[in-house]
Design a protein around this ligand. Structure first.
Ligand code: PLP
Length: 390
């Protein structure tokens, strides 16, 4: 049976491929330290789990409204309004099973052949994959390490054409951990304000930041709220990856098309999961702060360890839980390094090239693993690097 032509354009996520290879090695008795997958290693906070259990006991086990329960949409709108400094309306919130559908649905609803989409490279692989599936043309803009992995603004400006229909931003960023500075957000908004474009602002790591600097949402810039989709969710902030709960806050004209795509695919997001989401947003936030503090401690120690390895340089990431180490000075292709680290040193990590061509020469590590395992990983990489250079 021949697959539909669009399937030749769909991509994948290398993290899941490497996880499969790592598990196969473990099945052979090898010890592997998992630094490939991007999910918090913390349990979902207890009061959220309790709210989910209570909802199951109370019978929240049936279909719910396609767009999400009003109670959750109100809690989301309040949360987004306070954290982004905007007036978010619950009517413009669409609740989905995870944040990913807020890439999938708006792209399917808006894009087609002839449209161009500007997106970060290296970047989350689903952006390029879905741009291609929609039939639109992907226009990658390189991120510059020296600029904290923000866009090359000159290339960004040159990439804008009359066919640009969407611009994807992601801050804090996967895979680099970089954060787009406020002045760059303002400069990007200045370019887009008078254009007929939609911005997909992926802010799923907005609460996982270190230091005093906070990410600025482009939706808070004058004239941008009406053309911005904010993607956020519960997966990363509340260690709820498996619950599948995310959302988009979008311009009113997109709510109905997104609901239609939702009713054609999922019908609705699980009801008890949404009840847990209300508890997450309205309940105590101490667990989030504790998790971020621990990520901060790990980031400092892990990046310092990587920076101690000859030929390696790791910029200190401002957010998310990824370290993106520059290994160009080793003279070896980053794919080869990532493969060898897994096969020979038992450290599962990702080739930066899997996030786009401008990610070549980098290795992505997720430091969502224990401090002890991260220190063991640094020792393994150091030993591997000594033996690899002889
Ligand atoms: N956006 C980015 C940048 C991500 O890294 C991820 C998950 O890895 C997502 C969106 C999707 O998150 P979810 O698990 O909520 O679908």
């Amino acid at each position: 049976m021949k697959l539909a032509e669009r399937m030749s354009r769909i991509g994948a996520e290398s993290a899941f491929d490497v996880l499969t290879r790592a598990r196969a090695l473990e099945a052979q008795g090898r010890d592997v330290i998992h630094l490939e997958i991007g999910e918090p290693d913390f349990p979902t906070p207890k009061h959220i789990v309790d709210a989910g259990k209570k909802a199951l006991d109370e019978g929240w086990t049936h279909y719910g409204p396609t767009q999400g329960y009003p109670e959750l949409r109100e809690a989301i709108a309040e949360h987004i309004s306070t954290t982004r400094g905007i007036q978010a309306n619950p009517a413009n919130v669409c609740v989905t099973p995870g944040g990913k559908p807020i890439i999938f649905f708006p792209m399917l609803a808006l894009l087609g052949p002839g449209d161009e989409v500007i997106y970060p490279n290296p970047g989350f692989p689903i952006y390029e994959s879905m741009i291609r599936v929609s039939g639109a043309t992907p226009v990658p803009v390189p991120l510059i390490e020296e600029r904290g992995f923000s866009f090359d603004l000159a290339i960004f400006r040159k990439s804008l054409t009359s066919q640009t229909k969407m611009v994807v931003l992601n801050s804090p960023q996967n895979p680099t951990g970089g954060m787009i500075p406020a002045e760059d957000i303002a400069a990007i908004a200045d370019e887009l304000r008078d254009r007929d474009v939609v911005v997909l602002s992926d802010e799923i790591y907005a609460r996982i930041v270190y230091g005093d600097e906070h990410p600025v949402s482009i939706a808070s810039m004058p004239g941008m709220l009406e053309k911005t989709i904010i993607l956020d969710g519960f997966s990363k902030t509340y260690a709820m990856t498996g619950w599948r709960l995310g959302y988009g806050v979008m311009p009113p004209f997109l709510v109905d098309p997104v609901n239609k795509l939702m009713v054609n695919s999922n019908s609705c997001t699980a009801s008890f999961t949404q009840k847990a989401g209300v508890a997450a947003l309205r309940g105590p936030q101490d667990d989030v702060r504790t998790m971020v503090r621990e990520f901060h401690r790990r980031r400092d120690a892990f990046c310092a360890g990587l920076n101690d390895i000859p030929g390696w340089h790791c910029a200190i990431p401002g957010g998310a839980f990824y370290a993106f180490a520059n290994v160009k000075a080793t003279g070896r292709p980053s794919r080869e390094i990532a493969d060898s680290l897994l096969a020979d040193a038992g450290v599962a990590c990702l080739n930066g090239g899997g996030f786009g061509e401008y990610g070549e020469g980098y290795i992505r590590f997720s430091y969502a693993n224990s401090y002890e395992n991260l220190m063991r990983a640094v020792e393994r990489i150091k030993t591997w690097s000594r033996s690899a250079s002889v």
